[in-house]
Design a protein around this ligand. Sequence first.
Ligand code: RIB
Ligand code: CA
Length: 306
Amino acid sequence: MTKPVILSTDPGIDDAVAISILLFDPQVDVKLIAAAAGNVGIEQTLNNVLKLEKFLGKKVPVVEGCKRALIKAPVDAASVHGKSGMDGYDFPEPDLDLLLKDTTAPEAIHKVVANSSEKVTLVGIAPLTDFALYIRLYPEDLANIEELVLMGGCIGRGNYGIYSEFNIAGDPEAAKIVFESGLKIRVAPLELGFQALVKPEISERIKSLGSVGDMFYSLFKRYRGGSFNTGLKIYDALAAGILLNPTMFDFEEAYVDIIADQGPTNGASLMDFNNKLNKPVNALIGKSVNVDEFIAWFIEAIKKTC
Ligand code: RIB
Ligand code: CA
């Protein structure tokens, strides 16, 4: 039985990898892609989703997400992904026929979930604004949500703030709503990306995997999440891996608290593995990944896209 999936994404070069893997994996049926503001502005991320689907020959409906976070001022990672958000490869024109008009991301998510005979899996690889709004607007839907798999947070030091990871820091209030929602949540924190580096020899192998492999290679040459020569951190692909091949990972239960104050810890994700806060577990954290298994899976996953 294929799992119905709704994806919230802010492509983003590592998003592009995760989107492509999810779109071609036979275990999942991606019903909707919600473009989120994050790595770059919503106009670019929306355009990138539509361009990527055109390139991949896919026809999954796309909806424009919220233009900005609930409270937080806009964040930006153009230095990592390029001004367009997917610099490095000359994509075809976007497939505008895929864009849902006269609706919002929460409403479009609700329509899929309310009409699904199977519980729907949410995948979040961007700031969590749209999923938070959805949770607040349609609480009755949550019984028909299987789980939320998200890339976000960090066990230790962050990549945005001292202790904050970009997706969580992009909308801390939204992350707080999500982690307090009661949904089953599995998390790919920053540390998994640090472990599962895509080394140059792997990128060279990927280059030979057809037009999609060549596209990824071109993006990887531009991507600044890590470095092409010492290893790329393709964070969002780890979230896809948790959904599609969870045995590669070791998980640990935690209570996750998101700091949404205005101080230097804004956007921090406190991951309490030892019940120090005396709060109930609200997430399963991917603590480690078998790197050899991940790389082998990653290459096979990309072969499926060709
Ligand atoms: O911190 C990494 C996350 O922020 C990834 O999802 C990347 O695409 C950026 O959105
Ligand atoms: Ca992302």
